[in-house]
Design a protein around this ligand. Structure first.
Ligand code: AMP
Length: 138
């Protein structure tokens, strides 16, 4: 079954497209969490970041930068969130890789909250976590 984003690419359902080239499309997120909330999507439907070919990912990132700059200018945003949910546990609902470009405004109502656990951490715990990632990278 095709993803909702493939349907947009194929013009089977409508979308407010703001950018398109041979491998990437960008359109307004229907939810408009903030004004101008845009999705940047590779035309080929890779499920998530793990499956993305490096070259295509680099191109999607370049377009994400362009769209971020455009959104900041268009809406006079105070900042921009760029984020990608991968897997259900991270909040992914459409299993076709994408970046959210979300203009942020002082005192907007976006509620993604980062809790700082620095005070609960020991140097050994930092070292252990860093080592686990380094080993997984090699
Ligand atoms: P995620 O939850 O990170 O997978 O993001 C999927 C996003 O796709 C959500 O923010 C939805 O609001 C958005 N979305 C779903 N259907 C459409 C659609 N037809 N047009 C535009 N955005 C959509």
């Amino acid at each position: 079954m095709s993803t909702v984003f493939e349907k947009i690419v194929n013009r089977e359902i409508p979308a407010y497209i703001v950018y398109e080239d041979e491998s990437v499309i960008a359109f307004l997120d229907i939810s408009q969490v903030t004004t101008g909330h845009t999705l940047v999507v590779p035309i080929t439907p890779y499920k998530n970041i793990y499956e993305m070919p490096e070259d295509l990912l680099a191109h999607v990132m370049k377009v994400t930068q362009k769209v971020s700059i455009a959104c900041k200018k268009a809406f006079n945003a105070d900042g921009i969130y760029v984020l990608s949910n991968n897997d259900e546990a991270a909040g992914q609902t459409v299993f076709h890789f994408h970046f959210h470009v979300m203009p942020r405004f002082i005192n907007d109502d976006v509620s993604l909250k980062f809790v700082n656990h620095m005070n609960d951490m020991t140097k050994d715990e930092y070292k252990k976590r860093a080592l686990m990632i380094k080993e997984a990278l090699s």
